[in-house]
Design a protein around this ligand. Sequence first.
Ligand SMILES: [Zn+2]
Length: 270
Amino acid sequence: MGEHKTGRIRTRRSQQRGASVGYPHWWHFRTRAADKGGSLSSKLTAYLSVATFVGGLASDKMLAQTEPEAERPNIIDLPIQWDSNRHDLSLEYIRAHHELIWDKPETVPRMIVIHWTAAPTLQSSFNGFDPVVLPGRNNLQGAGRLNVSAHYLVDREGTIYQLMPETRFARHVIGLNYCAIGIENVGGGDQYPLTKAQFTANLALSKYLLDKYPAIRYVIGHHESPRFKEHPFYRESDPDYVTRKSDPGDDFILRLRNQIGKRAESPPEM
Ligand SMILES: [Zn+2]
């Protein structure tokens, strides 16, 4: 619970308190005077006083909050293993691949990347991320021993599980891990097409994360990540370290961005 109480939400709460109890007497007086007639100039003065008062209080950020913020969806904690070995392997990966020297494997999220696990159940999907060290996936082994993971895992019927804190480093998208929150979906592909409930959960979770982290600009599908190769966000020391991905596909991600609206930018054109 404590984690989602960001400064932004506190700001909105204090603003709401101000609206109910904090306004001075003249606010009500002038507002009533403006509503109940009087000359045009006295009305104008009244409105200007109110406008100046409100304008003086409101920063751009507060004004932006006239739009409702996304509710935190229901999230169940289901942590994968985190120990000193995973910590060290994360820092090693960050140094070797992103060429960043960090003291802690803690990120500032700037994008959300949507995936599917291609495994049919919650348990089999979880089992893929839980081990600290990458189990025999040969195409990835040469690129470090840190196992792949993600921050969220959405089950077939839409339940959202959190596998690790959102700002902890996770390996799930080449070149962009150090700034990306990963959302995995159980299933996928022709055999287990992602469900409506998963779409709804991804939409709610993405909206919530976009509100929580103002630095997030993009919501992309894993298959779109190669489009960032020339983007300043992309950091990968090995130019040959590339894997072709198809998850979660254009249909899913285009509909998702469309429903999120302009807050989620599309990836660069190839
Ligand atoms: Zn993926």
